[in-house]
Ligand binder design. Structure first.
Ligand SMILES: C[S@@+](CC[C@H](N)C(=O)[O-])C[C@H]1O[C@@H](n2cnc3c(N)ncnc32)[C@H](O)[C@@H]1O
Length: 444
């Protein structure tokens, strides 16, 4: 039997890690102090490379959450979970009516003024805002008047494009997530994962997510804006990947970025490495043409764009690396196997296949918050697309199922990145040397 957890033990873990963080901040006067004020830093103000401080932050967050839950007790913890539907509902209303923008960042507005500005009765406006305040979104410093906290100020100013991200989650995804249980009941074992989704049920469509989105310009534009915002900075950014991964093995060779969109990641990799030849492929002809046309001079002769459908055989032969970022998590296993098999005819021995996606953690190996971050992505994929994030064993199985000549190497997580790079190498004679079976492999 485990011994009962102690409030003091958790509090001491919090104190010890808080001291580490405070000492770091005190000795670095150029780094801004975290604050609740609307003009404070928008994230944890420590560069991702300084890993001990990030480890202290995670330990502090983990212990704080455990202490909070211990103090609540199981019954109230459960109720608190159950009523989170109202957190999402109020954020949805705030987003839909752009309430944050109705309050000046350095001033205040009465509930009546906000209600008038959004054209909704004061009673519901006030109740939604009052509830949101319990989550740190807005405050009522003076009775009857609403002003911003650091969190609501982000929405008011659309800092770094946050509203597209919030909108995609709360306006596209939240209605879909409410249908998860219904789809599990209706399709106990899904036959077509791409259309038997919570999203398809919520939006009453028989289409896969992206097909539906493309027919609704405001949704697809917002989705693309959200992806740009996520790509530009933070733990999902191409910058974090480009800087945090060792590209030197491909320095004098060719890297193909498959499904690379407008090249936003490939260009960052080009900046951070000396790879001499980078080819960006995408099925979106318009994007490919625009990207090639708008390519800055400094990349000419080094980066080029081409149209390619990754469900067709790979036309670029003998590249050193085939790179896929945020592609495989969009597809169920069978389609991923097809994508891998379409590489086979082009592969030279020793070529690397680099897949940049989440690797779901093994149980009890990472702090709860990081596990939850990865699991949120997984449920996002499940709710919208019918696809999945994968654990390391699932990545290994995918390569093995595609062709035994893919030699699975493993996964590396660049520092500060939520995504990992999963690598396999093509060994043209590997499976034969190992006595493996290559029957049924396309294009060999
Ligand atoms: C989630 S985005 C990822 C884009 C980019 N790799 C990144 O990391 O931001 C998926 C990309 O795959 C492209 N795509 C979808 N289906 C494709 C296909 N069959 N062949 C090639 N590209 C495809 C889309 O046009 C889009 O640019």
């Amino acid at each position: 039997m485990t011994s009962p957890a102690s409030f003091t033990d958790f509090a001491e873990t919090i104190s010890a890690n808080a001291r580490i963080i405070d000492e770091f901040l005190n000795s670095n006067s150029t780094i801004p102090r975290p604050s609740f004020a609307p003009d404070g830093p928008i994230g944890f103000p420590c560069p991702p490379q300084i890993t001990p401080i990030h480890a202290a932050r995670e330990a502090l967050l983990d212990a704080s959450k455990k202490l909070y839950q211990l103090a609540l007790g199981p019954l109230e913890s459960l109720f608190e979970l159950a009523v989170r539907c109202h957190d999402s509902a109020c954020l949805h209303a705030i987003y839909r009516f752009d309430m944050a923008a109705k309050v000046p960042v350095d001033g205040e507005k009465s509930f009546a003024e906000i209600a008038e500005a959004i054209g909704v009765d004061e009673d519901r406006t006030r109740r939604v805002l009052k509830f949101a305040m319990t989550n740190g979104l807005f405050k009522e410093a003076r009775p009857g008047f609403v002003s911003h906290t650091s969190v609501s100020a982000l929405m008011a100013q659309n800092t770094m494009g946050v509203n597209a991200v919030v909108g995609h989650v709360i306006d596209d995804t939240y209605p879909a997530s409410c249908k998860l249980a219904d789809t599990m009941e209706k399709y106990p074992v899904p036959k077509n994962r791409l259309i038997e989704t919570p999203f398809a049920m919520a939006y009453q469509t028989g289409e896969p997510f992206f097909d539906y989105m493309k027919k609704h310009p405001h949704r697809i534009n917002r989705f693309q804006e959200a992806m740009r915002a996520i790509n530009n900075s933070g733990p999902y950014s191409g910058e974090t990947l480009a800087q945090g991964y060792d590209w030197s093995p491909f320095e004098s060779g060719t890297l193909v970025d498959v499904g690379g969109s407008s090249g936003h990641t490939a260009l960052k990799i080009a900046d951070a490495s000396s790879i001499s030849n980078i080819i960006v492929q995408d099925i979106n002809v318009k994007e490919v043409k625009n990207a090639q046309k708008g390519l800055e001079k400094k990349y000419e002769g080094r980066v080029r764009f081409m149209e390619h459908d990754f469900f067709k055989p790979q036309p670029v032969k003998d590249a050193d690396a085939y790179f896929f970022r945020l592609i495989f998590h969009d597809w169920p296993d069978q389609e991923c196997i097809e994508i891998l098999r379409n590489l086979v005819p082009a592969l030279k021995s020793g070529a690397s296949i680099l897949i940049c996606d989440s690797v779901l953690p093994e149980p009890n190996t990472v702090p709860n918050r990081l596990e939850k971050e990865a699991r949120i992505c997984d449920l996002h994929m499940l709710s919208l697309i019918g696809s999945t994030e994968r654990e390391i064993g699932a990545w290994q199985s995918l390569f093995a199922a595609a062709d035994p000549r893919f030699k699975f190497i493993g996964a590396k997580q660049p520092s500060g990145s939520v995504l990992s790079v999963v690598e396999a190498k093509w060994e043209a004679n590997g499976a034969l040397a190992n006595g493996g079976d290559t029957n049924g492999v396309n294009g060999s």
